[in-house]
Design a binder for this molecule. Sequence first.
Ligand code: GLA
Length: 698
Amino acid sequence: MSIQIYNNKTFLLSTEQTSYVVQIDDSGILSHLYWGRKLPDIEDFTGRIPTRDNSYHASIDKTMEECSSFGMMRYKETSMKVRYADGTGDFRYRVTGYQAEKDCLRITLEDAFYPLKVTLYYEVFEQENIIKRYQKAENQGDTDILLERFYSAEYGIPGTSYEVINFNGTWGAEFRKYSDKVNAGKKVFESLRGSTAHVANPCFIVHNGAREYEGEVYYGVLEYSGNFKIVAEATPYEYLNVLIGVSDTDFTWILKPGESFATPAAYCGYSHQGFSDMSHTLHRFCLKELVPEAFADKSLKVLYNSWYATLFDVEFEDQVKLAKRAAGLGAELFVIDDGWFGERNSDTSSLGDWQVSKKKFPEGLTPLIDEVNRLNMGFGLWLEPEMVNEDSNLYREHPDWVYRFPNRPVLKGRNQYALNLTKEEVVQFMIASIDNLLTEYKIDYIKWDMNRPVAETGGTSEVFGEGKEVWVKHTRNLYRVIEECRKRHPDVEVEACASGGGRVDYGAMRFFDEYWPSDNVDPLDRLEIQESYSYIYPAKYMRAWVTDSPDGFTKRKVPITFALHTAMCGALGIGNNLNTLSLAEAEEIKKQVAIYKRIRDIIQFGRLYRLKSLTKDEFHAVQYQKDGHNIIFAFLINGRYGKEQYHLKVKDLIPDCRYRVRINELEYSKSGAYFMYYGIDVTLKGDYDSQLIELDRI
Ligand code: GLA
């Protein structure tokens, strides 16, 4: 049973491995009591919540609340902040009811005087060890109520000196993992860019010295792709208060009489077995519960993308030539990136004009698609639907369709403007342009890009003080567009890209089949990005291309096998310039693509183990396990002192079963116990050497 209730006031939510306990205290406040390893018996929680009142401390700040409200002498960061028409600014509530049904629990809080009702929703995913939370505010009166902050969830974690992990970065340097100690004050991770952005990720990982396979870890993710905020506050009362939700910066939701506002969902989990267990739980959960159905069980194809070969200079003959070469290497999807539409010859024009360029493709795309299909590949296209260039027919016709302040020139980012998605005509235009393309042409895949942040949103309402709901409406309407397009064209695979990894989050996961984690394709940088990415996101949702060396970003030269092995850690793509590729490189790509196709189910659907961390260990290794089949990639970055023998202990084998290991031509079998406790000897020699190891249960 996932939900137990005692005495109408204590609630024990249990998954297979964890428990979460909340209780209504004597003043009607909903307090958090426990989050951790599974507890069997709710009756152990019958005592009163101890509060240490004295006249210098408001006891309310000492209480770990499930939904605290600004006001009433609460001075910590709170879940919500409201204002009623008469200027009163707090939510003075009592729990007024609850409803439990199967795995779901709802608890309602109502203000003692004002007609505001807040419902807290909990859903227990018992097998997945995840608890979902969100909350809804309802205006039951007849005047407006302002919601100035309304996060999705609040978590109290007793103790001090916690570290909080998030992933920060910028274009080309996504997913830099930081673990910062919060001894006092607040640690805030936030995006104000209208998308999740590179700068932080909508997730939190809290620990106190946890490691890969041991230690307590509390974690949560937000199902949202817009402005978000995570606050971890070390309160003076020896608990860390963690809040996650839509950012309250430049946010006010005007709750009209009879209206309600529901937050996006937060999913949280706990493990006492370190970061590895956390990643397994999250990966399994999102693959099972969140990702779009059409591709949930299908392994992703090997794609070729011609961006680095031709940049904006795409035209029929060249693309056919590249398609033939890509097919020869084993690609299953042929993708044209930017440059195929309008007058697009650089990033300064044509976004918004989603018609195939007559100059580049005089007969339209069909002859190319036919040729690609004849070569046994699907066809894919790049799009950036949320944007428009000043130099475009769309902007010339509708200059009022972009976010802008009335008396200021509009700011450009990557030479483009962001469309105002809160306008219904813009939403309909986006749906129609994508629908037209997907109806006219046999398109199997879209790379959905987004290359500048949203800004200057203030001009969306003429009423002074209004218009701050625009950020949320923008994100909701973006989801509407994607949802509608996917409904009309369910078989089209869609990849999310936002100048690389600017839209990697659990909200996008409902609508996209995969993500592009970074425009940085340097294999060494990518290994680090990939390792951090794997904390929260599964390998299947990580497109990774092999590209030419030296890399354009870093000028680093690495052998093609190392680059291939790096890219094979996710959903493999090929991005090389096939016009200049040497015969030997082509042969190696062909060989590894064939291997990848044989093992990709293990990588895309298997359990991932970070065996050796790139940043900490002498060499880097990652293992994928599925149904007794294991794939291990080992990478040596910096070969030193002539050392060539390395030793690797693997995970997740059955100790007394026999396993056969294959490393190149070498093959032998031993027990699972041997490989786990003694390990495998791996030869890695010199800078940028790598090995693919297969280990199968016999
Ligand atoms: C962005 C993407 C790239 C590429 C270019 C095309 O930078 O992240 O992968 O598609 O746009 O303009």
